[in-house]
Design a binder for this molecule. Structure first.
Ligand SMILES: [Zn+2]
Length: 127
């Protein structure tokens, strides 16, 4: 189960910090390939990839559709938000050992201390 969580967290990290989220656009690529294949007399996948990724930025009639393909546009998005709900029963948190030393300090009652002295208005000048 930890392996599955690790892989899940790795995907969250890679999708949020790299351009791997462009892989979500693969269905658009497949749909656009079928459109080109139907329009251009069964165009091969290699020709399609070469036309769209290795032939420069061609401004043809389907330019707006071409920009929606994966790795064709740069959205400059760096926002990374992830939330993961983890079942606490799956993990054991070991609490650190706490050591304490008991010492008994003897506090002697100071018989010379008087609280009346501090509350008195007549006190020596202070610097
Ligand atoms: Zn196209």
């Amino acid at each position: 189960m930890r392996k599955a969580y690790s892989i899940l967290l790795l995907f969250f990290y890679l999708f949020s910090t790299t351009e791997l989220h462009e892989l979500v656009k693969i269905p658009i690529l497949v749909e656009h390939y079928y459109h080109h294949s139907a329009a251009n007399n069964n165009e091969s996948l290699i020709t399609f990839i070469n036309e769209h990724y290795f032939s420069g930025d061609i401004h043809d009639e389907d330019y707006s559709q071409d920009k929606k393909l994966p790795f064709k546009s740069n959205d400059n998005c760096v926002l990374a938000t992830t939330s993961v709900a983890v079942n606490p029963e799956l993990f054991t948190i070991v609490k650190p050992a706490i050591f304490s030393i008991e010492r008994n300090y003897k506090v002697e009652k100071n018989i010379h201390f008087s609280s009346d002295y501090l509350s008195s208005i007549w006190q020596p000048p202070k610097a």
